[in-house]
Design a protein around this ligand. Sequence first.
Ligand code: FES
Length: 162
Amino acid sequence: MNNLEKIKFKTDPIVARYETKRASILEILRLLQEEYGHITTEMEREVAEYLGIAAIDVREVMTFYSLFYDKPKARTRFHVCRTLSCYLRGGREILKHIENKLGVKAGGMTEDKAFSINTVECLGACEFAPMMQVNDVKYVGPLTKEKIDEVITKLQKGSDPF
Ligand code: FES
């Protein structure tokens, strides 16, 4: 029994709510991630087969949305906006500062799996530019190097920086 089949009792009612199977893809992927933590290539193939669509269609959705993970997640995930408003207000320098501070480049994760960094397109919060999303939930900005240092230090100490 594959990963998707194990939770079919949850996915079937979701698919039934949609006019076409394909339309349920976001909810199916969200549920898989909730169950398994991340979505492997094998799971992508399972979803494609289950919904009767091409595997490339699932891959496209996975790569378009930054909140889907194809590898295990870090405990704290920084999604740094790289779009124009943030870029013009120093987003590139902020990203470099985070990379230097954590010793890992965008797209990577620290060895202790405590932090990961990735870049994303506009998160619709340009008034906070330059900004980032933390752990798929919290918007933080306008960012300064001092603010970044404070957030990272507090997270490393296990306290809530927000
Ligand atoms: S450009 Fe960064 S949130 Fe819009």
